[in-house]
Write a protein of this length. Structure first.
Length: 423
């Protein structure tokens, strides 16, 4: 029980630092565009990050625990694998704390994968690492900013051409509101709602209603999109004598951006909670079964809750530094551009979460913001900030791998003590 409490605290420490660093991925653009205040951003992100982690975070956690290394390499030495996962918790927690203190929005997925590969190479050899899976994960890290940036640039180009630069922008926005609402809830409805609707579907079956899960999700998304459209039309038609037409449009786009920020927060919690709790899930599995986790093992809900709580605590206390870097440091954002960056990032992240891929949420948001900057003009991008972020991304993997290998080397001498604590 003492050992479980200690590793639980380590996982909470890692989740805390992950929340402090990666909150920028969820809310940085909203704060930078002034769609929400910092306090409102922390409240919104706290609720949605926790919800995403608990309801939609299991697949990525399972991927990190079973697919980065070959479990068969540790089948005869589960205690070695357990010791390595403890070193991963310490490594990722320390590196994310340093990065947050420096204001670097690093990729926690880089740290987690690098740390797992680092200790495995020392413990068993490089053959223990599943290089095929790491190759797939690494490819997603490269594609993530490209996909998100391209989607953000295309969406912003449409909004800029058809609404912002139009001779009658308010009239144009009035016509575009249903499409924006459908796009916003369509992304969430297609990717997330089928999973979230499953409990409701099981409840309806008890009363004789057998509506397919995807149909139920489409109905929920449709109702939400219609509701948002009607609400937005009413808000747009309310005269405001103190605002220019451009300010009215940006105020309306700010309402859309708040919703897109909610989706990014949910997406972030669903994907990045795995980086915090996968090592703990593997440790608990070894403690309970005496064997290393294999494909198909399930992450207990209480572990997802622990990770979600840690993320919320960290973003509330230490999240301000990185929010400033992403939301204000790269380009100057307005609600219209921030909405496009967030919707593109949320789509990319949620698709990856559905596939169980631990992509970088940082890559998705930074890629989206840079995509907006390219549409606005290359000179609008602060290249020094982008270079600093890119350098932090590149350094994370070797630093995490080396630090994890070093901590594992020191910790393996305590294996007998760990064994006694497990009994």
């Amino acid at each position: 029980m003492l050992f479980l409490s200690l590793v639980g605290l380590l996982a909470f420490y890692l989740a805390w630092n992950l929340g402090a660093n990666d909150v920028a991925n969820a809310m940085g653009t909203s704060v930078g565009s002034k769609a929400v205040t910092l306090r409102q951003a922390l409240l919104i992100a706290g609720v949605l990050e926790f919800t995403g982690a608990v309801l939609f975070g299991r697949e990525v956690s399972e991927t990190l625990a079973t697919k980065v290394v070959n479990p068969a390499a540790f089948a005869s030495e589960p205690l070695v694998f357990l010791t390595g996962m403890v070193s991963v918790l310490v490594t990722c927690g320390l590196w994310l704390q340093v990065a947050t203190w420096r204001g670097w929005p690093v990729a926690s997925s880089h740290a987690a994968v690098g740390a797992i590969a680092g200790f495995s190479s020392i413990a068993v050899g490089v053959q223990a690492v599943d290089w095929g899976s790491i190759g797939v994960i690494s490819l997603t890290w490269i594609l993530t900013p490209l996909v998100s940036g391209t989607a953000a640039a295309l969406l912003y180009s449409l909004i800029k051409h058809w609404i912002l630069n139009h001779p009658h922008p308010t009239q144009q926005l009035d016509e575009w509101i249903p499409w924006l609402s459908a796009s916003l809830f369509g992304v969430f409805g297609v990717i997330v709602l089928p999973t979230l609707s499953a409990p409701l579907q099981r409840y309806l079956v008890q009363f004789g209603f057998r509506l397919p899960t995807h149909d139920l999700a489409i109905a929920e998304g449709g109702v939400a999109a219609v509701g948002l459209t009607v609400f937005s039309w009413r808000q747009l038609r309310q005269p405001c004598l103190t605002s220019t037409e451009h300010q009215q449009i940006e105020r309306q786009m700010g309402r859309f951006q708040v919703l897109s920020a909610c989706f990014v927060a949910f997406a972030h919690g669903s994907n990045d909670v795995g980086n915090a709790v996968a090592p703990l899930a593997a440790i608990v599995y070894i403690r309970d079964t005496g064997s290393v986790p294999t494909l198909g093992f399930e992450v207990p809900v209480w572990i997802l809750v622990l990770g979600g709580a840690g993320i919320v605590g960290g973003l509330a206390v230490w999240g301000k530094r990185v929010i400033t870097t992403v939301g204000e440091g790269i380009i100057a954002l307005q609600p219209s551009s921030g909405f496009c960056a967030e919707l593109a990032a949320a789509t990319t992240i949620l698709l990856a979460s559905r596939l169980g891929l631990p992509i970088s949420t940082t890559h998705a948001l930074v890629g989206g913001v840079v995509g907006i900057g390219l549409v606005q003009g290359f000179k609008s991008i602060r290249l020094d900030v982008v270079q600093q972020i890119g350098l932090a991304w590149l350094l994370t993997i070797p630093i995490a791998a080396g630090l994890s290998a070093g901590i594992f080397t020191l910790a393996k001498g305590w294996s007998e003590t760990l064994a006694r604590l497990l009994i």
